[in-house]
Design a binder for this molecule. Structure first.
Ligand code: HGY
Ligand code: MN
Ligand code: MN
Length: 416
């Protein structure tokens, strides 16, 4: 099979252009789901999708689809490609956006070459993959895959008290089409690795064969506010201290377990949040992950037991709210093999690997054969403005996606 290439300048130029949308006066990039900045990014993407001659479809949870129907069998199940364009706070420009823009690039490259695919090809940009404003993360693809009703998802209240349905209405992306309206024949997501493995091993391509389980919980600890100077340590019911013990416990438990589990406390809020007042309340989120479901459950159980112990020892009340819980996912071996075959044909070093990050592929794998392609992240940095992937790797990953799609829409596809 001849080795075609996508249009490198068009892809890297669009990644940079989209990366400029949603910056604040300090230059920080933030496009939280349902925000004005999210609308601006969505509008830019939709303009590119329309200019490529695709049908634009917005579903009820705001997922954006560009459908290329010029297939020899237009009503066959489509090959779906995509990711997300919402970001975390003070984000980099590649997370999610690279996969959506590379998917559009692959379709445009195929149309420019006059290819008539055996089945339609669709580019998808799923709503609220990051889950920073509305929990859980991967919300749009979870609804699309039937894992959560669209009504429940639309009623989600954000960290700022907003309601997702109001925000989607407000930004003009409350679509009319039912999520799940197209059943993918297969789904392939191209994404930056967001970790250190590929760069450390000198690999250009990651053929992702599984993705770890994710557990998000919000913990609220209620103690008693008191004077920081006059209250003896033994008489305190200090919500702040109890919260600090939780972080230390998780680190020490995982260190002892020798497992690849990870634990993160990424948000923490104290009340009354005054320098000389013992906190009466601490509210924080706990993100736990592990590729093995049994180990993840053991970590959750250990946390639950420790919270009970800290409540007794510190004289505080502790309540927990479940925000997200996704089991580990295994991807489709035919697609993983096609990714490796393309990398080999292009002389790109590749390795099979697990995804540490959550992705929309984790949800779409519930309804279609799915796999992911990774490219290296410089210094393994992501969810950080220093996020960077060399253009050569960006192009290589998009060309591997192009090859995999051509195999899937050609006659020789061994998959489903
Ligand atoms: O949390 C994650 O892993 C993803 O970035 N939403
Ligand atoms: Mn992502
Ligand atoms: Mn992310």
């Amino acid at each position: 099979m001849p080795l075609y290439s996508i249009d490198a300048a068009r892809l890297t130029g669009r990644i940079r252009e989209l990366g400029e949308i949603g910056r604040d006066p300090q230059g920080q990039l933030t496009r939280l789901a349902g925000s004005d900045n999210d609308r601006a990014g969505r509008d830019r993407l939709v303009a590119w999708i329309k200019a490529a001659g695709l049908d634009v479809v917005i579903d009820r949870i705001g997922n954006i689809f560009g459908v290329w129907r010029d297939a020899s069998s237009a009503d066959a199940e489509p090959i779906m490609l995509g990711s997300h364009i919402d970001t975390v706070i003070n984000a980099g420009i590649y997370d999610g956006c690279y996969g959506v823009l590379a998917a559009l690039e692959v379709i445009e490259t195929l149309t420019e070459r006059g290819v008539t695919p055996a089945r339609p090809i669709v580019v998808a940009a799923f709503t609220n993959e990051e889950g920073v404003r509305f929990a859980p993360d991967m919300l749009g693809s979870l609804v699309y895959a039937g894992g959560l009703s669209v009504e429940t998802a639309l009623a989600t209240v954000g960290t700022d008290g907003s309601v997702l349905s109001d925000e989607l209405e407000r930004i003009g992306y409350a679509g009319a089409v039912e999520p799940g309206f197209l059943k993918p024949h297969a789904y392939v997501e191209l994404h930056i690795e967001q970790g250190p493995v590929l760069e450390r091993e000198g690999m250009a391509i990651g053929a992702v064969e599984n993705l770890q389980g994710i557990s998000w919980q919000r913990v609220t600890i209620d103690g008693v506010a008191n004077h920081a100077g006059t209250t003896p340590m033994a008489m305190r019911r200090d919500a702040g201290l109890a919260a600090a013990r939780v972080g230390l416990f998780l680190r020490e438990w995982i260190d002892r377990s020798n497992a690849p589990s990870v634990a993160t406390i990424g948000t923490m809020r104290f009340e009354p949040n005054a320098i000389n007042v013992i906190p009466s309340r601490a509210v924080f989120a706990v993100d736990l992950r592990d590729p093995d479901e049994d180990r993840l459950q053991a970590l959750e159980a250990a946390l639950s037991d420790f919270l009970a112990r800290v409540g007794r020892e510190e004289g505080v009340e502790i309540s927990v709210e479940r925000l997200a819980r996704f089991q580990p996912v295994a991807f489709d071996q035919h697609i993983v093999a096609a990714i490796e075959a393309s990398a080999k044909a292009r002389d790109l070093k590749s390795r099979r690997m697990t995804s540490g990050a959550g992705h929309d592929a984790q949800m779409i794998a519930r309804i279609a054969p799915t796999a992911m392609i990774f490219v290296p992240s410089h210094d393994g940095i992501s969810h950080n403005p220093r996020e960077h992937t060399e253009p050569a790797y960006l192009v290589a990953g998009a060309n591997v996606l192009l090859d995999v799609v051509e195999r899937m829409v050609g006659s020789g596809w061994k998959g489903r």
